[in-house]
Design a protein around this ligand. Structure first.
Ligand code: IMP
Length: 454
């Protein structure tokens, strides 16, 4: 069977921990979208591994697959594999031949365009994600399979590189170097192709995964980013360029929708909200320079809100795994979660980081929005409309800091009562049961209510 893990907010919901926890029962962990813009930390036998591309299951001896919906930077891929090997692991990573390759000019253009866009900049990770998906849709991309076929690789590069060079030099008035040099790119990427072939890493993803399912194995499909960063269902244009939503799991792996639908789709919810990047955020507390729209560092926001935001940011370690940027934080946004529950069809929820909120007198949630004088319970379709929404808050009594490791061992009933009231509210509103509750950063600091593979 399959279990699909989807972020229900703006990324960084703690998906890695849930994948790690439930992944024990999985034989294969596959990513279906995104690239090295994701960031997760896995702790295994006391050692910390920071990964941005390789599926975290690979650290624990699972087969890790990068599906056709991913964009793959071979340099990052081999760096991560080599680092794992240096530390004594033998990761088994497969890459879909249909996945698209991030080339150095994609990264260069990502940076150049972000600078040009000013107010429309999404605050990207500058990993070349958007420009690579752009070329995929424009039918001028290079796929992993092309790296294994030097003639095709050369042909593709000869067509596309002059266009990219002209774009950088003539439209954006930038100097270009070897990132835009056909011969250099050809030699480097042909070598990556040789290594992929030597290590027998490439697969026809859908067939590979379906064969494993038919053989009775458990497959986990690991979404990166989150629903509100989805290019179709997120806060466009402040989004990533792929589909983190559950539909992406079918398109991005080659498994049919009925296969994904026969399994479970688990929504990962952070007990509050965090966001790296720009765009509106109706439940935001305080603000972050260069990310919060119209943020004025001298004027500052409401001092109490700033203090609370800083407290949550520090307690929750809300600094980007890939970029180290401080994340914007806010209260839980229920219209955003209702939108996610519908778009993904969650069968269960994992709510993380309830420990981070402990010790507060009051915990608030944005229960609904006031939008042009009307109460609304889900996100409006345009980001301009979303920017006009004002959150209507609902308050919950806070819960104390307790021995969370003991709570994780003792189970759901050991969670402080007020925190359970909060969890049950979320579950009721989203019409999906709570499968797990994260009460600390380690995977053992999780209260497991339901294991989807059992
Ligand atoms: P890109 O994916 O690098 O193109 O960035 C597009 C938007 O998605 C930016 O707002 C990023 O901050 C955001 N983003 C991309 N990956 C992640 C992630 O793993 N966690 C949180 N935000 C992300």
């Amino acid at each position: 069977m399959t279990v699909t893990i989807v972020g229900s907010q703006l990324g960084d919901e703690g998906k890695g921990g849930v994948v790690d926890l439930y992944g024990d029962a999985a034989d294969v962990v596959a990513r279906y979208q995104g690239g090295d813009n994701a960031g997760h930390t896995v702790v295994h036998d006391g050692t910390k591994y920071k990964l941005s591309l390789v599926p975290s299951g690979a650290v624990r001896g699972k087969v890790g697959v990068l599906g056709n919906g991913c964009v793959v930077n071979p340099e990052t891929l081999f760096d991560e594999i080599d680092t794992l090997r240096e530390r004594g692991l033998e990761p088994d990573v497969r890459v879909a031949e249909r996945a698209h390759v991030i080339l150095p000019y994609h990264r260069a253009l990502d940076g150049i365009e972000e600078e040009e866009k000013e107010d429309l900049a999404a605050g990207t990770t500058k990993r070349g994600i958007g420009p690579t998906y752009e070329d995929k849709a424009g039918r001028r991309g290079v796929r992993i399979g092309d790296l294994l076929d030097p003639d095709t690789l050369r042909e593709r590069l000869e067509y596309v590189v002059p266009q990219k060079k002209a774009l950088a030099e003539e439209v954006f008035d930038k100097e270009t170097g070897e990132a835009f040099d056909i011969d250099h790119l050809y030699e480097t990427y042909r070598e990556y192709g040789e290594r992929l072939a030597e290590e027998d890493m490439t697969v026809d993803c859908g067939t590979f995964l379906q064969d494993r399912i038919d053989a009775g194995e458990n497959v986990m499909l690991e979404g990166a980013q989150g629903t509100s960063l989805d290019i179709d269902h997120g806060v466009y244009p402040y989004v990533t360029s792929s589909n983190p939503t559950a539909g992406g799991a079918t398109v991005g792996t080659g498994l049919g929708p009925t296969v994904i639908g026969d399994g479970e789709v688990i929504g990962i919810v952070k007990a509050y909200l965090s966001r790296v990047g720009t765009g509106p955020l109706p439940t935001e507390l305080g603000g972050v320079e260069d990310q919060t729209p119209d943020y004025d560092a001298d004027e500052g926001a409401n001092a109490d809100e700033e203090e609370l935001a800083t407290y949550i940011r520090d307690e929750g370690g809300e600094y980007g795994t890939v970029t180290g940027r401080p994340r914007r934080v806010g209260w839980l946004d229920m219209p955003m979660l209702r939108h996610a529950a519908r778009a993904n069809g969650f069968t269960g929820l994992a709510v993380n980081h309830i420990d981070v909120l402990s010790g507060l007198d009051t915990v608030k949630v944005g229960h609904s929005y006031e939008f042009d004088g009307e109460e609304t319970f889900t996100m409006p379709p345009t980001t301009e409309q979303w920017g006009r929404c004002e959150a209507t808050f609902k308050s919950f009594d806070g819960w104390p800091a307790v021995d969370w490791a003991a709570v994780a061992e003792d189970g759901y009933e050991a969670i402080p009562e007020n925190a359970r009231t909060y969890l049950e509210y979320i579950s009721d509103e989203l019409d999906a049961p709570i499968y797990a509750v994260g009460v600390g950063p380690g995977r053992e600091e999780t209260v497991v209510v339901e294991n989807p593979y059992e």
